[in-house]
Design a protein around this ligand. Structure first.
Ligand code: HEM
Ligand SMILES: *[C@@H]1O[C@H](CO)[C@@H](O)[C@H](O)[C@H]1NC(C)=O
Ligand SMILES: *[C@@H]1O[C@H](CO)[C@@H](O)[C@H](O)[C@H]1NC(C)=O
Length: 416
């Protein structure tokens, strides 16, 4: 199924789902016009105007109490480079285990992540993959991110390998990093912006289909979480300045945050050494990256590759990918068009409907998760999914492969 740019914009317009930034979706023409006015971020419509730049408000210290200290043997570091960097600089507890509030405060202080988005991400992690009030940035099943394969951490990430392709969901695969790195050949002008990242997003989806026999792209993990893994690279890692208030992400800063050392012909991953570079400037407080902002970036990615809005999977062999119809999956609650127009709604409604099944927790244990999901998506007018069609879901064997940080390499997996 294909969803054209015009159909998407019209669907957005017709449903009036954006409380913010409403103006950009007034008409399909307006949306297209905004995209032509490309800024350093690429053709993505946001920000509507360049944000302010205030060095005093945006400087992120890597000195004194925030000096880089590499992780020791007992410190947990996982697949999220942003959280690893925050722990290495003591914005998060150095051991890598933190409370919901600590995640929310640290991501705001270090990167300018909006509290609606971080609360959504941190509450989900704590409840589904942690103790209910906190969790680890690495961990094992039910204790942290690395152990959350299939319900949070997922396949086709930018630089971390697919669990059943490589046997680890946490190791960075240097081949993947090198392909991203090569997308901006000229170091003097390199900027890994949303245009570069959506190209890489498409390449990685195709690569997982081609190489991971159990590639799984779930309604929450694939459609929502895995897009964040791409958009966050530019939206958070880019250095802001008066020249580039939207940010510019050059090669040195990308390497620093991805824990890559060595020169261009000798690039090497050093596990867990993600660092804030010197003189890094985060997002301006009036321009924090929020849930509606994130959803607008997903829609921008989907214009280049409509596959990203539809869940799907390989069936035990490479290149056996097929999509799962959102209408069938949601027992008719969402049409495919509605799911595509509002991917964050579809993903969170699915997560709610399926939560007891994939967490093993009771409805009352899950109550804080449900209220966090509701308040996070409050501005989007999301429809609920009454029940998930389990028969349709069972078509994807990989959906039930919960686990990590390590797992079996699937027969037929291609590693290169
Ligand atoms: C509470 C906040 C956050 C949570 C709970 C979180 C969680 C996660 C999870 C579960 C993944 C794995 C996704 C996948 O498998 O594709 C991930 C990956 C990632 N995260 Fe975070 N994250 C948070 C904040 C941040 C921030 C502030 C940044 C800023 C740079 C960031 C950057 C990334 C990137 C770039 C990846 C993809 C890594 C790769 O494969 O190359 N995250 N994060
Ligand atoms: C960020 O940009 C400012 C202004 O151009 C520059 O002084 C600073 O060194 C840059 N920081 C990084 C990490 O590139
Ligand atoms: C549930 O999924 C199965 C398998 O795809 C399908 O045959 C059935 O019609 C679906 N049920 C509903 C109510 O959509």
């Amino acid at each position: 199924m294909k969803t054209s740019t015009a159909a998407l914009s019209l669907a957005l317009y017709a449903q009036g789902i954006y409380a913010f930034p409403r103006a950009m979706y007034d008409t399909a023409e307006h949306f297209a016009a905004l995209q032509k006015r490309a800024g350093p971020q690429g053709g993505a419509p946001l920000p509507l105007v360049p944000p302010p730049f205030d060095p005093a408000l945006q400087y992120v210290s890597n000195q004194g109490q925030y000096k880089f200290v590499p992780p020791g043997p007992l410190d947990e570091r996982g697949p999220c480079p942003g959280l690893n960097a925050l722990a290495n600089h003591n914005y998060l507890p150095h051991n890598g285990i933190a409370t919901i509030q600590q995640f929310v405060d640290a991501t705001n202080k270090g990167f300018g992540m909006s509290r609606d988005l971080s609360t959504f991400l941190a509450v989900y992690g704590a409840i589904v993959d942690g103790t209910g009030t906190g969790w680890s940035i690495r961990g094992t099943p039910h204790t942290g991110i690395s152990g959350s394969h299939g319900n949070y951490e997922t396949d086709s990430s930018p630089c971390r390998g697919d669990l059943n392709q490589w046997g680890s969901n946490t190791d960075l695969q240097i081949t993947q990093f090198k392909r991203l790195y090569a997308l901006q050949p000229n170091a003097a002008t390199a900027n890994y912006n949303l245009d570069v990242l959506r190209t890489f997003r498409t390449q990685r989806l195709t690569e997982s289909i081609n190489k991971n026999p159990y590639f799984s792209y779930g309604p929450f993990t694939g459609v929502a979480v895995s897009q964040a893994a791409f958009t966050f690279i530019y939206r958070f890692m880019a250095n802001k300045s008066s020249e580039y208030p939207e940010g510019r992400l050059d090669k040195a800063t990308l390497k620093s945050f991805m824990s890559i050392q060595g020169d261009d012909n000798n690039l090497k991953w050093v596990p867990g050494n993600e660092q804030f570079p010197d003189y890094f400037y985060k997002r301006h407080p009036t321009d924090e990256y929020s849930i509606p902002y994130f959803q607008s970036d997903i829609v921008y990615f989907a214009q280049a590759d409509p596959r990203i809005l539809i869940p799907g999977c390989n069936k035990g062999k490479v290149n056996t990918y097929s999509a799962l119809d959102p209408g069938t999956l949601s027992n008719g609650a969402y049409t495919a068009q509605q799911a595509a127009a509002n991917p964050v709604c579809f993903a969170s409604a699915f997560a709610k409907a399926e939560a007891t099944a994939f967490t093993g927790l009771s409805t009352s244990q899950l109550a804080p998760l449900f209220s966090a999901l509701d308040s996070a998506t409050g501005g989007l007018n999301c429809k609920a999914i009454g029940s998930v069609n389990q028969t349709a879901l069972a078509a994807c064997p990989g959906f039930s492969f919960y686990g990590g940080p390590n797992g079996p390499v699937a027969p037929g997996a291609i590693q290169n």
